[in-house]
Design a protein around this ligand. Structure first.
Ligand code: C2O
Ligand code: CU
Ligand code: CU
Length: 509
């Protein structure tokens, strides 16, 4: 572990809690002694200490930060005693949090020890197409893939996950996903809570369907393809009913909706406000007091919550309506909706994390200004591209501009360095989180209305509601490749797998 060059980092503490150099252990509770675990009578473990992925800082060799990542199969109990087959990165399920620094070069040696092909995509990164880890960068069983690139992003929470053509859904569901932290000087100067696992916590929120004896189930039917796979059991970093014992008066939570299809409205029980400080691509201009944060699959947000009163808090999530509101009595009909896993109700409240403060503690106020974001100027754009998302009847025809994903077709050729408006319209009756590779964009408007606080910063994934049109301003800054494409797609993984995806190259003018 080489992290001594990182400012503001309590290295000794991490060495202690993470078991020294063994950063590559399975997801283990950070402080096993502090969590009470008891089992409910139904066999469902209640109140588990929150698992926190080990922090992996790689090794700095010849000015390049290098990581060894092994895609491996594993086993995990999700509920009951039954073991489920899983996939992980250096772990049986999920993987370590990779910590990178803006401006440095990184290299990942990704070894595929699975029995199946896979890819690893660096979600939210600007990088050469050959390093993107999309469907074209297939890693066959036994093979190794070693992309390297310069970290250009602002400090934030990103993630890495499978992007296998027609197979991202099941692989991510089985565990092939994990967080990435990028740190930078701009953020370090602000003195935000940033001690990993102590007052700076990643929360990968994922829903799962468990069978009768607690085994992981990935449904394949028409309902699942259409609506996306949505479970009724919520796991945070792989932990159900997670509890976190906070030692500090302020807690920074980095939320990642790593679910295949479910949308969440995160809130504190009791309607207490929280400070929203960052979106997908880094800090907002200032903290925004909010009562809830909506995240669709692929989206991230960072919130700071105040524990100074010493009262326990519960982070909950209402699962937002993504239900084709009009479809209930229409095209699909009630019977169809119920056929999924049988418990797929339209609005449910989920418990995400119980936070137990150590006692009342004094806290410092957050800085009034977090970042200086360039003024959003749509007049910079020299052209507009339009993308219409649609889904056909009965799970077929997931399309963008009438086409389903074809590995051999480049849908768009975009000149490097050119400001463009991408206008994304949703012709279907279900919301889609639209994600664009190789860029952090700004949201101009939704049907002409200016976006909410969460969308005032940098984004790489944006929800487009039914019948809505969202305009974003973007520019691909640097990397070009005449042949190898990047993807844009719906981040509901079953929609992506079914073809709601297109390819673009970034080319020289
Ligand atoms: Cu997070 Cu193209 O994916
Ligand atoms: Cu991506
Ligand atoms: Cu979709």
């Amino acid at each position: 572990m080489s992290g001594n060059d990182l400012k503001g980092w309590t290295r000794r503490r991490l060495m202690h809690t993470l078991g020294g150099a063994a950063g590559l252990v399975a997801m283990a509770p950070l402080s096993a002694c502090s969590g009470r675990t008891r089992s409910g009578s139904d066999g469902t473990a209640d109140e588990q200490p929150l698992a926190i992925p080990p922090l992996e800082q790689g090794l700095k060799i010849d000015g390049e930060r290098q990581f060894d990542l092994t895609l491996q199969s594993g086993e995990k109990t999700f509920g009951g005693d039954r073991l489920s087959s899983t996939i992980g990165i250096n772990a049986p399920y999920l993987g370590p949090t990779l910590q990178l620094r803006r401006g440095e070069r990184v290299r990942f040696d990704v070894q595929n020890e699975l029995q199946e092909s896979a890819t690893i995509h660096w979600h939210g990164f600007e990088l050469p197409a050959v390093a993107d880890g999309g469907p074209h960068q297939l890693i066959r069983p036994g093979e190794r893939w070693s992309p390297s690139f310069e970290v250009r992003q602002r400090a934030s929470l990103y993630w890495y996950h499978s992007h296998l053509h027609r197979g991202a859904g099941p692989q991510v569901y089985a565990g092939l996903a994990a967080p990435i932290y990028i740190r930078d000087d701009e953020e370090d100067r602000l003195d935000l809570p940033s001690e990993y696992g102590v007052d700076d916590i990643p929360l990968i929120v994922q829903d799962r369907i468990l069978g009768g004896s607690g085994q992981l189930v990935y449904p394949q039917g028409m309902h699942a393809r259409m609506m996306g796979v949505r479970g009724d059991r919520i796991f945070v970093n792989g932990t159900e009913n997670a509890v976190f014992d906070a030692q500090t008066g302020q807690l920074r939570l980095r939320l990642l909706n790593g679910s295949n299809a479910r949308f969440y409205d995160f809130a504190l029980d009791g309607n207490q406000s929280m400070q929203l400080i960052a979106s997908d691509g880094g800090l907002l201009d200032r903290p925004h007091a909010v009562r809830s944060v909506r995240l669709a699959p692929g989206e991230r947000a960072q919130i700071v919550i105040d524990l100074s009163e010493g009262r326990p808090l519960r982070l909950v999530a209402r699962s937002a309506e993504n239900e084709m509101g009009m479809m209930g009595g229409g095209m699909m009909g009630r019977g169809m909706m119920d056929r999924g896993n049988g418990r797929d109700r339209s609005s449910q409240m989920f418990r995400i994390l119980d936070i137990r403060p150590a006692g009342s503690t004094r806290t410092a106020a957050l800085p009034e200004r977090l970042a200086t974001l360039a003024t959003l100027d749509p007049s910079l754009a020299v052209r507009t591209r339009r993308f219409v998302l649609d889904m056909g009847m009965m799970g077929g025809g997931m399309t963008i501009n009438g086409q389903t994903m074809d590995m051999d077709v480049i849908n768009e050729r975009v000149p490097v360095g050119q400001w463009e408006i991408w206008e994304i319209a949703n012709a279907s009756m279900m919301a889609h989180p639209f994600h664009i590779h190789n860029v952090q964009f700004r949201v101009i408007d939704r049907d002409g209305r200016s976006p909410p606080p969460m969308e005032t910063g940098f984004k790489d994934t944006v929800v487009v509601n039914p019948r809505e049109q969202v305009r974003v301003l973007l520019r691909f800054e640097e990397n070009t490749d005449p042949d190898l494409p990047y993807m844009y797609h719906c981040h509901i993984l079953e929609h992506e797998d079914a073809g709601m995806m297109g390819q673009f190259t970034v080319v020289r003018n």
